[in-house]
Design a binder for this molecule. Structure first.
Ligand code: PLP
Length: 450
């Protein structure tokens, strides 16, 4: 596509005049005007092309503009663009069936929402009605969405300005050996101590007051920390013993991201409720949902579920989900993500860690990786402090700017960069991303003190 800076300037001007952006001080941001996107790339109006190592916000699991999904949306629009949620509609029925076929265990009923936060909101609502209990336990290192309950159970600083005190949210520490809250020496110890911590949190909060424990199967925005073997099974056991609903949030980790349809398959654990969004249709049309176990579905068999949405299971979004799941199955996208993680991204990122003193740890699997950037590998002092702003955050801002200069759009959060390209990223694209990270890490290395 040929550059058109004038068109870009008009898009930007209207944005600056009228668009109010998420999570931002409106005058301190400078949104890039995007002209188009295809596969793993997008481009601006000045002719700059970027390899999207953030997959948007970790949702374009099959990349941009997949022709089969675009065609399915067009076809659905031509046939039945919208319909109210109380009816049985082909695209909705089919999407629910394809999702339920892939969710683990007896998670066989699907409540559709417009995104991840609403999925979390409704999963918690189901747990509260099912148990008749008010509280929800969640991880300090977590992100669950921007609506009231979802942001209150979230652990990152975006919660602070939203803390309502009314949401019954109680936070606890989850395993993270690199920055162990339990002073553990190894993964087995971290797992045991984290479970003991959860058990005593439950005991002191009062088991009879706790509706749910909600965890991201693998925390995403908070740093891609795969839990140690046995941890999620241990949480499952604690929940069972106390009659607590176990919710796994797979909004980011689900639909191929980790090299399985759902991340929980790596750990052989079946939650009572599983939330999803993002990758379910690669974000082409807003969609999320809750997959519901038999026991919780039974609670609402004869008694109405006290929740609903005008666009629950919107036909355009569901048609996009059906096409996305079919494309992923046909093209082996999930298996591809596993392979690219094992053979290209994992080894490549570990190789970068060997050469760059600013890389403290590499974690992840599939198309889901984090680099923890540090000033000092020994002390593990983060490259920037927790929740750094402005000048304090300059080393990370410079790192991100250097990535963009090298044609890579990075995902950055606090002192981390995440390598989270589309799950169908090619080997050559992954290599290109690694090379751009390599070049940008040189700027991070300048801030190391060791
Ligand atoms: N849960 C997790 C694990 C997420 O990563 C996110 C978004 O990043 C959400 C929930 C919220 O999803 P949404 O922004 O679609 O509401």
């Amino acid at each position: 596509p040929s550059p058109d800076p004038q068109a870009g300037a008009a898009v930007k001007a209207a944005d600056r005049a009228h668009v109010f952006h998420s999570w931002s001080a409106q005058e301190l941001i400078d949104p890039l005007a995007v002209a188009g996107a295809e596969g793993s790339y997008f481009w601006d109006y000045d002719g700059n092309r970027y390899l999207d190592f953030a997959s948007g916000l970790v949702f374009t699991n099959i990349g941009y503009q997949h022709p089969k999904v675009v065609a399915a949306i067009q076809e659905q629009a031509g046939h039945l663009a919208t319909f109210a949620p109380a009816f049985a509609v082909e695209a909705r029925s089919e999407a629910a069936r394809l999702i339920a076929e892939r969710t683990p265990g007896d998670l066989d009923k699907i409540f559709f929402t417009n995104g991840g936060a609403e999925a979390v909101e409704n999963a918690i609502r189901m747990a509260r009605v099912h148990t008749g209990r008010p509280k929800v336990l969640s991880a300090y290192r977590s992100y669950h969405g921007g609506t009231t309950t979802a942001i209150n159970v979230t652990g990152d600083p975006r919660r602070w300005a939203n803390d309502s005190g009314a949401a019954g949210a109680v936070h606890f520490w989850t395993p993270f050996l690199y920055r162990s809250p339990f002073y553990s020496a190894d993964e087995a110890e971290e797992c045991a101590r984290a479970l003991e911590h959860l058990e005593s949190t439950v005991r002191f909060e009062g088991p009879g007051t706790i509706a749910a424990v909600i965890l991201e199967t693998i925390p995403g925005t908070a740093g891609i920390m795969p839990p140690p073997p046995g941890y999620l099974a241990g949480v499952r056991e604690i929940c069972d013993r106390h009659g607590i609903v176990f919710i796994l949030d797979e909004v980011m980790a689900g639909f191929g991201r980790t090299g399985k349809w759902f991340a929980t398959e790596h750990f052989d654990v079946v939650p009572d409720l599983l939330t999803f969004a993002k990758g379910v249709n690669s974000g082409y049309v807003p969609l999320g949902g809750v997959a519901i176990s038999g026991a919780i579905a039974e609670t609402f068999a004869k008694r109405p579920f006290p929740g609903g949405l005008t666009y629950s299971g919107h036909p355009l979004a569901c048609a996009a989900a059906v096409a996305t799941i079919e494309v992923m199955a046909e093209e082996g996208t999930v298996e591809h993500a596993a392979r690219i993680g094992e053979s290209v991204l994992g080894p490549g990122l570990r190789e970068l860690a060997e050469r760059h003193p600013s890389v403290g740890e590499v974690r992840g699997m599939g198309a889901f990786w984090a680099l923890e950037l540090v000033r000092d590998r020994e002390t593990r002092e983060p490259l920037v402090p927790y929740n750094a702003k402005g000048e304090e955050n300059a080393p990370m801002a410079a790192f991100a700017a250097e990535c963009r200069k090298n044609g890579l759009w990075p995902f950055v959060n606090m002192n981390r960069t995440h390598a989270v390209p589309p799950c169908n990223v090619s080997e050559a694209e992954a290599e290109q991303g690694l090379a751009a990270l390599d070049a940008a890490l040189a700027t991070a290395d300048e801030h190391t003190t060791a």
